[in-house]
Design a protein. Structure first.
Length: 128
């Protein structure tokens, strides 16, 4: 929201994503001529989800908020297109202000994924 050219409160709507239906404030954000929507729960004030808002655009739902070092973080992010799940990300663990050991960045044997050398170098430099 910080980079928005303007923000409009459009009232309250039922935010629907899959089986989730929550009463939310609908906020339209305008950034460089593009419109985005954020849906803020009217009871908890959590960000429930977001979308571009155009017909057929995917809708992302944020779920399973947990407090980590005083900060509420959604541990599940599901993107829907219509009623179909397009992607689902589940976070298992979050560290704040801790050094992550290098073996975490090693890929399992036989993996075809390759981390870029520049990214790995950047991560190593931040560790020092």
């Amino acid at each position: 929201m910080l980079n928005a050219d303007s923000i409009e409160l459009e009232g309250t709507v039922d935010f629907i994503a899959g089986d989730k239906k929550v009463l939310c404030y609908s906020m339209a954000l305008y950034v460089e001529g593009n419109r985005y929507f954020r849906y803020i729960n009217t009871s908890t004030y959590y960000l429930e989800g977001y979308t571009r808002g155009e017909s057929g655009d995917p809708v992302t739902s944020l779920n399973d908020y947990r407090e980590i070092d005083g900060l509420l973080v959604p541990f599940e992010e599901i993107t829907y297109r219509g009623n179909n799940i397009e992607s689902r990300f589940v976070t298992n663990l979050i560290y704040f202000n801790q050094t992550i050991p290098m073996p975490v960045y090693e890929y399992p044997k036989g993996s075809t994924n390759i981390i870029s050398a520049s990214l790995l170098f950047s991560l190593i430099q931040k560790d020092k």
